[in-house]
Structure formats: C-alpha cells, structure tokens
Design a protein around this ligand. Sequence first.
Ligand SMILES: [Zn+2]
Length: 412
Amino acid sequence: MKDNYKLIEKLYFERICGSENEHKARDIIVKELEDRGLKVETEEFTIDGLEAKKSKLFVDGKEFSQVVSAVNSMSTSDEGEEGELAYISSYMDASVQDLEGKICLYHRRYVDENIIKILIEKKIKGLILCSGQIDNEEIEINPYHSSKDDFSKFPVVFISFKDGDRLVKQMPKRVRLVSQPIKSEVKSYNIITKLIGSEKQDEEIVFTAHYDSVPYSKGAYDNASGCAMIMRILDYFLENPPKRTMKFIWFGSEEIGLVGSKKYVEKHESELSKIRLCVNVDMIGVTLGTLYAEITAEKELVSYVKYLGYEKGVAVEAIQKIYSSDASSFADKGVPAISFIKRSPIGGAQIHSRYDKIENLSKESFENSGEFINEFVKRMDNSVAFPVLRTIPQNMLDELDYYYRRKKRPQN
Ligand SMILES: [Zn+2]
C-alpha cells in the first residue's frame, strides 16, 4: 500500500482559494490520481477576488500601517470618510452606544449579521475589523473572501490584531478611512474521480475533503490530512474493488463558506439521490487529540460507530450534529453524512493560522485513524442492504436550518 502520509508533505504550503497555490495543489492531487491510472474530472467555478487594494487609515492626520478592504464592502471617495472612532467590544455595545457618524472598530474578523443590521440602523460611517495574531503585525485575511455579509452600506476594512490593540490603547479622536475595493473573479476547482461498484452501481458512497487553506496557514492539519486520508481509502478500494460505486472529491474554496461543495451539490443535484452516504474527513492525523465522528444522519448510525469503536478498541466519540465542513452541503440536500475529525485540545495543534504545522501530526496517528475509518467504510460497502436510512431526521433538519441561518434557534 502507498504511503499516503507523504501527500500531506507534498501539499504543505499555503493554499488560499482562488490563488495560484490552490491551483498548484489541485495539480498535485490530479497527478496522484492519474499516476494510479484513474480518470479525473476537474470542475471549475468562480469566486470573488480582490484586485487592487487602495485602502488607507489615517489616525490624527497620520497614515496608520496596513489596511485591507473587505471584498464586497462599500467604496469611499478618494478623500475617504472621516469620523470619531468608537470601539465596539461586544454585540451589546453595538446596541447601546451612540454610533451615528462614527467609524467603528470591532475586534473580530467576522461580524454577526445582527451586528451589521444594528450598525446600518445606527448609520455608522465605516467599520474596522481586526484579524491575525496578537504577536505579529500581519493581517490574516483572505483576499478572496467572498463574504455573505452585507457590507454594502458602509466601507469595511481589516487591520492587524496588533494595530487594533494599539488603536484602542491610543483612542485617537478622529480617524479617516479610505477604502476602494475592486472586485475581480478568480477560479477554484473541485477534483473528482470514481470507482465503479462491482454489484450495486446505483448505490453510491462519496468521500470528500477540502484542499484549500487560509492565509498564512500551510494547512497540514486543516486539511492536507483529510486529502491524504481519502486518498488512503481510495487506495484500499483500488486493491479491493468496492461493491458500490464510490466517488472521491477534493473540494476547493471550503474555507470561505463550503463553496466548492455547495457548487458541486448544485451542479449534480439530479445525481444526489443515488448517494447513500457522504464520508468527509476534515482535520485528522494530529498526534494529541480525540477522534470524533460527527454524524448528520439517523441516531442508529451514531450507535453503530460507537460500538465499532468498542469492538476495535478505538476511542471514538460519535455524536449526532452538524459539522462545519463540506459534508453539510450534502446533508442539506438530504444525503446522510459523517465527518471524521481528530480534534486537538486548546493549546495543542491550531488551525486557521501559521501554527497549523506538520510537526503537530504523526504518521502513527494518521494510520490509526485511517484503519478505523477504513473498517467503517468497508463494512458500509460490504453490507447486503445499505444500513443507513437515506433520510435526515427532523432534529438534524432543524440544526441545518440554524447552521445556514434560515431559522433562528429558539431561546429556551
Ligand atoms: Zn477544514
């Protein structure tokens, strides 16, 4: 059997969606598949990019370090917007302060839609968000972030966390913001290959993992590890041909809102009824961590995975929930889904930052989880009748509604 752990090493570079590096990662995965004699399809889709960044922040008349505009935010004039600075430390702050005509600083890089609504009502002049790590000067924001947020009513820029810290300590009277984002389009790709089942070709199992990473992250753990894990499963079934048809998909642009998988399920909607289960791997192989199976399907599958763990002597926490990864795009279209994650504790391996390092992973951990996942999928494929009910239970349908913000979670 091939050493799939090596694929993590091959993909160990920053792979921001839409970037040349993401395309380089695509080529590496495609080559791996072609070297195995497989037919590969790549499906292209478009995401928002940011071409020019003519953004500036002036504090008491002096230009303040680096600033990046949010992709779909309102443009200012060349002179920009000037106003008093207000620091919003919480959602509550936003609802009580007098913010009209002010430029607001909020210490997070994502803003809740409710805060945006309040800020629009308050008629703020501009919004400064913070991104990065407090121990360095970099803005860790994805220039290709196609945010769903409604930033059309005021200009929005990102500064580094460190600069945010400085600004709040200094608390200048007036700031001036110049932000002129220019939207462009960039390409991202899904990579697909399949093995035709020997017996039940009308029943499919789909294996998924995303291969993009966030800025400054070489994404060993998130998610070169998952890419390598589904390659490991593929290699097993190349040697042991499956009864059911299997599709293996490596998605682009997961990190900006599961975009690759969303494009896939939209494009292939008519074929989804054949899929009996989506098996997603996102974050695996970490040395210190707990293996989870997060299941958006009937409860019986949760018990099954739990019992299989006991049978095999593998500690696996099986729970019924929505996992924020590509499996949710399938679950939301009615496909039962299971995600495998080896979750690192706080203080351990980090994701979405420069600290997502290959040193935090080990081949032994990767292989141990791989053995378990393989046993699970082998049993699913070998089943005389497919055991998982092809339906999403009502409690999970509700959770999907909350996850996709179609409904508000009832408060008690
Ligand atoms: Zn991920």
